[in-house]
Ligand binder design. Structure first.
Ligand SMILES: [Zn+2]
Length: 440
């Protein structure tokens, strides 16, 4: 039997059936034992988890790590550190880098950069060459490297016939296409949600229909091809209802929502602060309520951060000229906890942030093709990979932009306090965050 190197004491383990007051012993990268009052053998690290929830490490389906090309905003290393501090043990790096992740060479480079980071880094490949929406990327070649998700995120695939061909191809290869739903004919020139606030502020609007028309089109294409589609960052009540109906019909669709679309509305834009510019934009109160309802009834499968760092010199621009995007990795779980814990149990919140995103990204099992990758999403039984998030629901997270691990500072939550805080993160049995401090 492997040697115990880590014992986590005093917490409650989040299981699919609810909470269980258990200590954990880990060694050789895996959970070796769960039980009451497990002693710490000499030489083992003992972590206090009194009052904490011990869940499977979080998995983010939607992280912009900006490398290669925008290293002043984020690197694989700095983004992975932000992820670990947020309780994540794996993130999916979006392919809208410079160059885009549209070839095996770039995918290999990003995977190599993430080999020894404090959170595992999977990559999403682009659907089209250069994310330009004209010609299919070498999806099969990327799939052979272990890439399971493909998206042109930052843009939707505008050409329906090309998207249909991509779906046919993806189905044959066994990978999932993820769509950033935005009809550019409807959104062009827009800077914020089209509604009462865009009128009042005199900013050009992006109507809800720009998102909903592409969700509707892609549902038709799923019906036509039988290929699965994952909908990125749903933000409108209409989109949520379209996905709810598609699921009721039995179509293979999944969806995610971002924490900012569960908490913030277009009213935040009143001060023209570009930190509140994001794509899809912050929407109405009714849309926020619909996103939360979708998370509660299973229409939306996962919470994904859309962590989108921008260096101050590019983000600090007039609202209509600033690039869209906000940081998210270090605030996602406290926000989810604050918004959802009155409505859902801890096991359901961890399912939205770990188990289901892990399954959608194909990270629930170890892929031997990718060095250093392990299984995520639980359940935390004996033999499970030692990927854990230890969360203290009675602590608070105070957001200080200068203390975030990201290279960028564009959090919309500066100065805000949330209920709950990530205390420890364990990656393959190694404590990479202890008492909210990254260990490397
Ligand atoms: Zn997007």
């Amino acid at each position: 039997m492997a040697e115990v190197t880590l014992v986590i004491r005093g917490g409650s383990v989040v299981t699919p059936e609810g909470l269980r007051r258990l200590d954990l012993a880990l060694g050789d990268g895996t959970v070796l034992d769960l039980g009451e009052a497990i002693p710490g053998p000499p030489g083992a690290t003992v972590l206090d988890a009194a009052g904490c929830l011990i869940g499977p490490g979080l998995v983010d389906l939607h992280t912009h790590l900006r490398q290669p090309g925008r290293e002043e905003a984020e690197t694989v290393e700095s983004g992975a550190r932000a992820a670990a501090l947020g309780g994540y043990t794996a993130v999916v790096a979006m392919p809208n880098t410079e160059p885009a992740i549209d070839s095996a060479g770039v995918a290999r480079d990003v995977l190599a950069l993430g080999r020894d980071t404090v959170a595992e880094v999977a990559v999403a490949g682009a659907i089209t060459v250069g994310r330009a929406g004209k010609a299919l990327a070498p999806i099969g070649e990327l799939a052979a490297l272990g890439v399971r998700i493909f998206t042109d995120d930052g843009a939707g695939v505008q050409d329906g016939a090309l998207m249909r061909r991509a779906l046919d191809y993806a189905k044959g290869v066994g990978v999932t296409l993820a769509q950033h739903c935005e009809d550019e004919c409807l959104s062009v020139g827009g800077a914020m949600h089209e509604g009462c606030w865009s009128s009042r502020l005199g900013l050009p609007g992006i109507p809800a229909a720009a998102e909903e028309s592409m969700v509707a089109r892609d549902i038709q294409l799923v019906r036509l091809t039988g290929a699965p589609v994952h909908f990125l960052h749903l933000s409108t009540a209409g989109s949520v209802q379209l996905v709810r109906d598609a699921k009721a019909e039995g179509l293979p669709v999944t969806a995610e929502a971002a924490p900012h679309h569960m908490l913030l509305t277009h009213a935040e834009v009143a001060g023209y602060d570009p930190v509140f510019k994001v794509n899809p934009p912050l929407r109405s109160d009714g849309d926020v309520a619909a996103v939360i309802a979708g998370l509660c009834d299973g229409t939306i499968d996962a919470i994904a951060t859309d962590h989108a760092p921008h260096a101050p010199e590019t983000k600090d621009a007039p609202f209509d000229q600033a690039p869209p995007g906000m940081l998210g990795l270090q605030t996602a779980l406290p926000i989810a906890w604050q918004v959802l814990s009155p409505l859902l149990g801890p096991e359901q919140i961890f399912a939205l942030m770990s188990t289901r995103p892990s399954a959608i990204a194909g990270l629930g099992v170890t892929d031997s093709r990718i060095a250093g990758h392990s299984a995520h999403g639980g359940p935390l039984d004996v033999g499970a990979t030692g990927n854990l998030c230890v969360f203290d629901p009675s602590a608070t997270t105070v957001v200080d932009p200068t203390r975030l691990a990201s290279r960028s500072r564009n959090t919309p939550y500066a100065g805000r306090t949330f209920t709950g805080a990530v205390r420890h993160t364990v990656l393959r049995g190694e404590p990479v965050v202890i008492d909210a401090v990254a260990q490397r």
